[in-house]
Design a protein around this ligand. Structure first.
Ligand code: ADP
Ligand code: ZN
Length: 230
């Protein structure tokens, strides 16, 4: 599928809604880069860059990183040539200020194909999913001990199907931090969601099974966009 005009997609939803999984599917189908602010920030922490040093404390507590750090990161990222035909944002925007900032950048203003999808799941479901999540520190693959179980185990520790590295629980997937992330989500998401609703760009997805969510998303994009089949 190629685009007449840029395709910009935003995935919203509580932690655990499956934004990352949908992002991978969408990225493959529409050939637009997956921009995950969470991944970019974790990368910065691994590299111990200035951005990483500034973001570290907030992330470990499950708090939002200050908006100006995120703004700079996004502005720089969309300048990359791979964003020429569009981009898919996952984990950004996170609050009303970030949403307004996004709508104000030239890059977004030029797009005729702009979609915001809210994937809704309950807090209980979010906790169940996140506490069962395992993460490969090397290739960043994500597994789930409920429905995406890694094939191999060594000394009681699951190994990455992809690269064999021992899987870990991300610091922010520990139960106390999950609860805090949900609290932060509820506090900051409501105004942002209303903002997108008023712009008539919001689509609420109520299905929660992976394949159904993806089917709903692609149907909406294909019905409402100016995309062309190759
Ligand atoms: P999740 O959506 O599952 O919470 P992410 O990987 O998107 O996970 O984010 C992990 C952490 O990174 C957040 O708890 C927050 O500290 C930080 N973060 C990511 N994106 C943003 C953002 N847009 N604004 C502020 N902080 C962010
Ligand atoms: Zn791996």
């Amino acid at each position: 599928m190629t685009c007449k005009g840029k395709l910009i997609i935003i995935l919203l939803g509580p932690p655990g809604a499956g934004k990352g999984t949908q992002a991978k599917l969408i990225e493959n189908k529409y050939n637009i880069p997956h921009i995950s602010t969470g991944d970019i920030l974790r990368d910065a922490i691994d590299k111990n860059s200035t951005l990483g040093k500034n973001a570290n404390d907030y992330m470990h507590k499950g708090e939002l990183v200050p908006d100006d750090l995120v703004f700079d990161l996004i502005k720089e990222r969309v300048e990359n040539p791979d964003c020429k035909y569009g981009a898919l944002f996952d984990g950004f925007p996170r609050n009303l200020a970030q949403a307004k900032m996004l709508m104000n950048i030239q890059y977004v203003k030029q797009s005729k194909n702009f979609f915001v999808f809210l994937i809704n799941i309950s807090d209980d479901e979010a906790i169940r999913r996140l506490s069962n999540r395992r993460y490969c520190p090397k290739c960043k693959s994500i597994y789930n001990l409920i429905h995406k179980i890694p094939e191999r185990k060594k000394n009681g520790i699951y190994l990455c199907d992809n690269c064999g590295t021992e899987l870990i629980i991300r610091d922010d997937d520990k139960v106390e931090t999950i609860k805090n992330r949900l609290k932060v989500y509820h506090e900051s998401a409501e105004h942002m969601i209303n903002f997108f609703k008023e712009l008539s760009v919001l689509h609420i997805i109520t299905n929660s099974i992976e394949q159904d969510v993806f089917r709903d998303i692609t149907r909406i994009i294909e019905a409402e966009s100016t995309l062309e089949k190759d």
